[in-house]
Write a protein that binds this ligand. Sequence first.
Ligand code: MFK
Length: 153
Amino acid sequence: MQAFQDFYPENVAHCYGCGRLNADGHQIKTFWDGDETVTRFQPKPEHTAIPGFVYGGLLASLIDCHCTGTAAAAMYRAENRAMDSLPAFRFVTGSLQVSYLKPTPLGPQLEIRGRVKEIKGRKVVVEATLYAEGVATARGEVVALQMPDSFTA
Ligand SMILES: CCCCCCCCCC(=O)SCCNC(=O)CCNC(=O)[C@H](O)C(C)(C)COP(=O)(O)OP(=O)(O)OC[C@H]1O[C@@H](n2cnc3c(N)ncnc32)[C@H](O)[C@@H]1OP(=O)(O)O
């Protein structure tokens, strides 16, 4: 099954969090699961904050790209269109808010689950919860905006 990020056109597939063409990036993969979206990610030892626990910046990055991917997929779904149809929806982060609820253990695979809170014009608000072994350890919200032309290099 293709992930949302597999549909990103080549010229915007280099994001550190989700670009499939960024060999040094996280290359997250997000899918629908009913009305929710899900990303699973295995942190590595270099993602340490305090020994035994995951660095919060990584968690923010996972929530960020999970939510921008969800925003794009939600817009296609709202228009009942396939993700490879045109015109393309491309989203960037307007704001990213993260709350760290509990220390996140380094070792288990993480699961991020997202839900669309609002679609309004060019804006999609997505909330996400990050779980380690079924325990919610971080929660976030992203305001995603359709990418302006100024991002085209
Ligand atoms: C397929 C592509 C995938 C590419 C990779 C995924 C990206 C990964 C995530 C990233 O790291 S993206 C990089 C970090 N983000 C940026 O650098 C964004 C820089 N900021 C901008 O380019 C513009 O400020 C932005 C596109 C976010 C907004 O400009 P707009 O001109 O589109 O916003 P506008 O003023 O028209 O406002 C539209 C709505 O969005 C809201 N809004 C705008 N900027 C906002 C903001 N910064 N935070 C929260 N809300 C914001 C605004 O209030 C308004 O809400 P309402 O319609 O309800 O009134």
